[in-house]
Every structure is written in C-alpha cells, then in structure tokens.
Design a protein around this ligand. Structure first.
Ligand code: ADP
Ligand code: DP6
Length: 333
C-alpha cells in the first residue's frame, strides 16, 4: 500500500435509532437491500463516536472498540467495510479506527445503527470522498441496514427501492427532531449481548418462517398508516401502529424453524404494564428491536407517570429517557 497523500483523522458522532416500522429481512444480503421500507426516530441519548485515520505506516487495519483492541471477528468486519470505502475512493491505505459506544453494544439498543453511521461518515470524510447525505445513507447501509437511518435526525424513512443495484434504496428525514416532542423511554432489562444477532435472526426468519410473506405486506401497510398518523400528530393512532408492527415482526420469529424469540420475562412485564397504563387512561405504547429491551413511547406530559409506574417493576435495570435526536455531526480535534 504505497501513497504519499496526507489524510486527516476525522471523528463523527452518530445517534442510534428506534424503528417504529421495523426493517426485518433482506432481499440482497451483499448490498443490504431490505424486503420492506421502515421508519424510525433517531434517539438523543444513545450514540457512537468514531475516529478514522488512514495512515501510511500501518500494515493492517486496527480497530480499538470501547477502548480495547477489538477481537479478530470485529476487526475483520470493520476491515471488510473499509474495503468498500477504499475501493470507492481508489485509495489503498489501512486505517486506525477508534470507536466508543455510548449505547449498550449488541443488546437491542441499535448500536449497529449508530456504530456504522459513525464509521461510514468518519471514513468517507477521512478518505476524501465527496458524498451527500443520501449517498452517505447508502454507504452506512452496507455496514448495517438500520445505520442508513441514523445519518439523519428526527423521523426518518428508509425506502426499500426496487432496483437490483440498490441505487433507489436510501434513507431520508421526513420530519425534524423538533417536529413532535415525544418521549421515548428506553427500558434496560439486560445489557448482555443477545444470543442471536439481528442479522442472523432476520435471515433465519426469511428462510423458514411461514409468517414472513405476511410480514412484508403488513409492514408496507403499517408504514402508510404510521406516516399518516405522524402528519396528523395523532398520537393514539401513531402508538397503536407502532406497537402492532413490533408484535408482527416478533411473531415471525415464533413461526421460524427452529423457533426463537428475543423476549425475556421482563419484556412481557413491561408490555403488560404499558397496557395497564393505557387502561388507566395514560397513552403509552411499546416497541422492541431484536433484543429483550423495550422502548416505551409517550407524550412529554405523561413522562413522569409512565417512568414512575415502570420503575415499580423488579426486572428493570435502568430507564434512559430519550427524545428525538440529531443526525450525524463531525467533531473537531
Ligand atoms: P444492536 O441491537 O446493538 O444493534 P446487533 O447484533 O444488531 O445489536 O449489532 C451489534 C453489532 O454491531 C456488534 O457486534 C458489532 O459488530 C457492530 N457494532 C456495534 N457498535 C459498533 C461500532 N461502534 N463500530 C463498529 N461496529 C459496531
Ligand atoms: C429489529 O440493521 O442490525 O432493529 O442490516 O444485518 O446489520 P443488519 O441488521 P440491523 O437490523 C435491525 C433490525 C431491527 C429493526 C430495525 O432497526 O429496523
């Protein structure tokens, strides 16, 4: 790898996002093209900061992950991703990558989304690629699908597209973070690494679950309903569609062969508690990504009562009170 150009170290900060309409299943595994479009809220409290420096004197990529040298599997994953960036830029140089997650890793709090949004943004700028946000969302996508949405703040739609080359598959902001002052309570029941990653789980479901085709149809319908409720700021409809979409996604895992699920006892306790809150007149709704932890969405005025009610449950380790957050930013040295 010989080149004498100087490359700057670039640090990017990207926030995680919670999907209200889930991305679940790929139509192309190499290009990370999804079977269905999805919609998320970017979260202000959970984020990743990643620095990338393409250095002349490195003999291989180095990945420092949460202040430790990453294991071979994680380093190879990042390296394979950087190969795409190097190919696009026509540059052959290894990189020093340092990343810190201010979000539990691999626990269903979307670290892969903030992780790859930060990595793609930092790497693209560090290598001198001139890419707009649409292209950046496509670059993030080939690291982790949900990362395509974390390029943007607020309410974000990731359109599945139809073309085989993925050129019509990208994310975009549909409403800014200040559009609606919703509150998202991220309920931590466990910060342990889940046993089935989102990637493996969705692949297994596409391949074996008889419910999968129904999921794809329902997800597209739910997306239309959710966007409509969002435009009307109709929180009750918004919440019901969110909750029902999450349940449909998780139902596909029960139909898989062999079946599996991401929930734990505490997950069900939170779901029950949220429904009881609704029975008592407080509008709160739940959703879960691929993991046991639950996100509860409510209006700001109900934040305290929802949080205090949930805190009575023994299974809860911690509650992070989030709001819609910003898109990618670059940090100066
Ligand atoms: P999560 O629910 O946290 O998104 P996943 O299993 O979908 O869980 O993804 C976790 C994986 O994402 C990690 O094992 C790692 O490979 C990748 N990842 C997470 N954070 C980062 C990061 N900051 N930089 C690079 N890769 C990351
Ligand atoms: C349940 O984006 O982590 O959180 O594209 O294989 O990296 P890969 O999967 P990932 O899957 C996210 C699945 C989900 C739903 C969502 O975020 O839309």
């Amino acid at each position: 790898m010989s080149e004498h150009r100087e490359f700057e170290q670039v640090t990017a900060k990207a926030h995680a996002n919670i999907a209200l309409i889930k991305y679940w299943g790929k139509r192309d595994e190499q290009l990370f093209l999804p079977m269905n479009s999805s919609l998320s809220i970017t979260l202000d409290k959970f984020y990743t900061e990643t620095s990338v420096h393409f250095c002349e004197d490195l003999k291989a990529d180095v990945f420092i992950f949460n202040k430790c040298i990453a294991n071979v599997a994680e380093t190879n994953k990042v390296s394979r991703y950087l190969d795409h960036i190097r190919k696009m830029a026509g540059v052959e140089r290894y990189a020093m990558v340092q990343s810190i997650n201010y979000v539990p890793t691999a626990a269903g709090f979307a670290s892969s989304a903030s992780g790859y949004a930060a990595l793609s943004s930092a790497a693209a700028r560090a290598i001198g690629l001139d890419v707009d946000e649409k292209k950046l969302s496509q670059l993030a996508r080939i690291g982790s699908g949900s990362a395509s949405r974390s390029i943007f703040g607020g309410f974000v739609e990731w359109t599945k597209g139809n073309l085989d080359d993925g050129s019509d598959c990208y994310a975009r902001q549909i409403e800014e973070e200040s559009y609606w002052d919703l509150c998202i309570l991220a309920i931590q029941l466990s910060d342990k690494k889940k046993s089935i990653s989102s990637r493996a789980g969705m692949k297994h479901t596409v391949e074996t679950s008889p419910f999968y085709n129904i999921w794809v149809k329902e997800a597209e319908k739910d997306l239309g309903l959710l966007k409509d409720a969002l435009q009307q700021k109709d929180f009750e409809r918004f919440g019901h569609v969110t909750e029902s979409n999450a349940l449909k996604m998780h139902a596909t895992t029960l139909g898989a062969n062999p079946p599996y699920w991401y929930w734990e006892a505490g997950t069900i306790s939170v779901m029950n508690q949220v429904r009881q809150l609704r029975d008592s007149g407080v509008l709160a709704f739940f959703t879960m990504d691929a993991g046991p932890n639950v996100f509860v969405i409510c209006q700001q005025k109900d934040k305290e009562v929802v949080e205090n009610t949930l805190l009575t449950l023994d299974e809860i380790e911690q509650i992070y009170v989030c709001q819609p957050g910003p898109g990618v930013t670059y940090l100066s040295k």
